[in-house]
Design a protein around this ligand. Structure first.
Ligand code: AKB
Length: 320
């Protein structure tokens, strides 16, 4: 039976992944951890095991692994792209030194480890359209540097120490439960909140900027499917390209207008985040994930927009 520890469990992915893991594997087999308590997550903290853990503290991590007989770590603690440019030292410390601790525990205690990489692992010299699984990776952000280095480190632990490491390169993730923090693709989440609250949104990402995106239920499926995949079928490990859609701000706005015809989009471009977005691919080729472990996302832009607006209306208590 799996005994899973999730780091960064109160973040955008973790807060929804915990619910899914507790449903699949049982409440007591999915331990949530975060470096601090965050408001709004009382249910997650009270409904099952929860520990305050700083992934930079190896002893604290090891104690929790021992306490719950953990055999799987899903390592979601990370600093994202825009925040990473403002604080590169913390970005390196959490994303790399934290990952190193997780991998060392994996080696010592024979754990399976999942670590998300990102489209940020690519850079301006990467082929931007239909970006291949195996291609040039020369990112120009600290977050991207930690993601490429993290992919290599995870592959190293697999090859050298036979640690069962797996990962995907997530695109921008869109969800209604917990807001993302400090990312470049966050505009694609904020736009839905503002569309419902004010029927307008000012985008910090410019017209025409195409990026890969995915709705959270597909991202959660990707994590579970890859963790459960038959290792004999995996030619790659860290990390698989995965995508569900690729759009620019005008296209997400058009899909929102189908439901809120008065919705207006304008722009106040943030040069820092725009430069990051410009360095990332327009669209990924995720055929390796499809072939090796059956990746098959369910939500396109239209289906995601419909569901996001329905769920957010309830959450924000906004009438149709
Ligand atoms: C970010 O924008 O930094 C993240 C990512 C694509 O990794 N959402």
């Amino acid at each position: 039976m799996r005994k899973i520890l999730v780091t960064g469990a109160l973040g955008q992915i973790g807060s929804e992944l915990m619910v899914k893991l507790r449903e699949i594997y049982g409440v007591n087999n999915a331990v949530a951890s975060n470096r601090r308590i965050k408001e709004g997550h009382e249910a997650l903290i009270e409904n099952g095991p929860f520990e305050i853990v700083n992934i930079n503290n190896l002893k604290q991590m090891a104690d929790v692994v021992d306490k719950y007989n953990i055999n799987t770590i899903i390592n979601l603690a990370a600093i994202l792209s825009a925040k990473g440019e403002n604080d590169p030292a913390s970005c390196w410390d959490i994303n790399m030194n934290g990952l190193y601790n997780v991998l060392e525990l994996g080696r010592e205690k024979r754990l399976q480890i999942f670590t998300p990489s990102s489209i940020a692992a690519f850079g301006p010299s990467t082929p931007p359209d239909n970006t291949p699984q195996d291609t040039i990776q020369r990112p120009n952000t600290m977050y991207g540097v930690t993601k490429v280095a993290g992919e290599l480190l995870c592959d190293y632990y697999y090859k050298k120490f036979d640690v069962d490491t797996r990962g995907v390169r997530f695109p921008g993730l869109i969800s209604y439960e917990t807001l993302p923090g400090g990312g470049t693709t966050d505009y694609a989440v904020h736009i839905y909140y503002e569309a419902l609250k004010h029927k307008k949104y000012t985008s910090f990402i410019d017209k025409g900027t195409q990026m890969d995106m995915m709705y959270m239920p597909d991202a959660l499926d990707a994590i579970v499917s890859l963790m459960e995949a038959d290792p004999a079928k995996l030619k790659h490990r860290n990390a698989f390209n995965v995508t569900a859609m690729s759009f620019e701000p005008e296209e997400i706005a058009a899909s929102i207008k189908e439901h809120i015809p008065e919705f207006k989009l304008d722009y106040d471009v943030d040069s820092g985040r725009q430069a990051i977005a410009d360095s990332w691919p327009n669209s990924l080729d995720d055929s390796a994930a499809r072939e090796e472990w059956g990746w098959n996302p369910k939500y396109n832009l239209e289906a995601m927009t419909k569901d996001m607006l329905e769920k957010l209306r309830i959450k924000l208590n906004i009438e149709d």
